[in-house]
Design a protein around this ligand. Structure first.
Ligand code: COA
Length: 132
């Protein structure tokens, strides 16, 4: 069994993250400059690799103070339900805590309640979201 490696602010290429996004959210492969975005605006991010291949990713933007956010947790479809998503979020939470954050926020669709609430340990709260 190949070892899975989880890395805070791990190096990645835009093309591999764009491919993972396209697969996970079922849209065509885009050419987003993820490296530029996360290095300029995020506290960090977590990469998951197996035999060198990018199999998971989570982006952790923040407010520069005590609030960090989980965005776009993604795991390769073929590697689902192996605990990779939970580990990505656990590394994100530990590193945000280590950076002095006191709160980690996430919003999600109803069907992902078992993942974020039961597996990752988020508490349910009232939140708001506005499409712009
Ligand atoms: C959501 C996602 C990141 C979960 O990753 P994962 O590695 O499969 O998650 P884990 O193996 O850590 O799951 C732990 C538990 O969470 C729950 N869970 C995981 N994926 C779930 C899903 N898609 N729907 C509902 N519950 C889910 C299950 O209870 C699971 O436990 P089980 O394996 O005993 O059933 C992954 O399914 C994914 O990439 N989805 C597509 C992209 C997406 O929608 N991301 C969320 C954006 S907010």
């Amino acid at each position: 069994v190949a070892t899975q490696r989880f890395e805070w602010r791990g190096d990645f290429h835009n093309r591999e993250l764009n491919a993972l996004h396209a697969e996970s959210f079922t849209h065509p492969i885009l050419e987003i400059d993820w490296r530029g975005q996360v290095s300029a605006h995020s506290l960090g991010w977590v990469t998951a690799r197996e035999a060198g291949e990018l199999i998971g990713f989570v982006n952790v933007p923040w407010d520069g103070g005590i609030h960090a956010f989980i965005l776009d947790t993604i795991v390769r479809a073929g590697r689902a339900k192996q605990g990779i998503g939970t580990r990505l979020v656990a590394v994100a939470a530990a590193e945000a805590h280590a950076a002095g954050c006191q709160w980690l926020h996430v919003d999600f669709d109803d069907e992902l309640r078992p993942f974020y609430l039961d597996a990752c340990g988020f508490k349910l709260t009232t939140a708001g979201l506005m499409a712009l």
